[in-house]
Ligand binder design. Sequence first.
Ligand SMILES: [Zn+2]
Length: 215
Amino acid sequence: MKILVMGPPGAGKGSQSAKIVKSYNIPSISTGQMFREAYKNNESMGIEAMEYIKNGNLVSDQITNKIVKHRLHRYDTERSFLLDGYPRTVRQAVALDEMLENMGTKLDAVINILSSNDVLFERMENRRVCKKCGATYHLIFKKPSISGVCDLCSGELYQREDDTLESVKRRLEIYETKTKPLLDYYEKKGILYNINGMQPFDNVYADIELVLREL
Ligand SMILES: [Zn+2]
């Protein structure tokens, strides 16, 4: 099962991906998380990437492709993986297809979570992320048991620096212009599955499972 989860920023990609990864026990490849880790470890690639992210911009194709390629070549991705947050441009998608082809494999499905801009703004304002394990919460719909503390690892919850209003607007704009064309790209390949993201978390997940079961 080699899949990609897409959707505008704030559509719930992260939490849905986390649940898929846990239920199916497959490795997750999240470029955002890899960049944040590299940044924490003071690696130059992480520092460079965080400059783009902080301003709500896409990290350059070159850096992004490099970090993904490196990750894909680890042994655990042979049978299955879930890509979260990559590719974000058609150029990255083409690069990914090339990487996979060279590895003798391909993507099985692209799960696209649909949502409206109003819902997205509201969600991102209320989103909190665990500093330690990366788990995501929503202050209304997916509240942690203890305020500010992660249920899973007791880590501290924080608001991501790219979840500010200005940055969110910018990310939505970029999504419209750069990421949306990807949907056509995958539709033409016949592997695009649209999921209604404007329903409760569990219902969205149930819809995703229907797709995954057919793979
Ligand atoms: Zn945690």
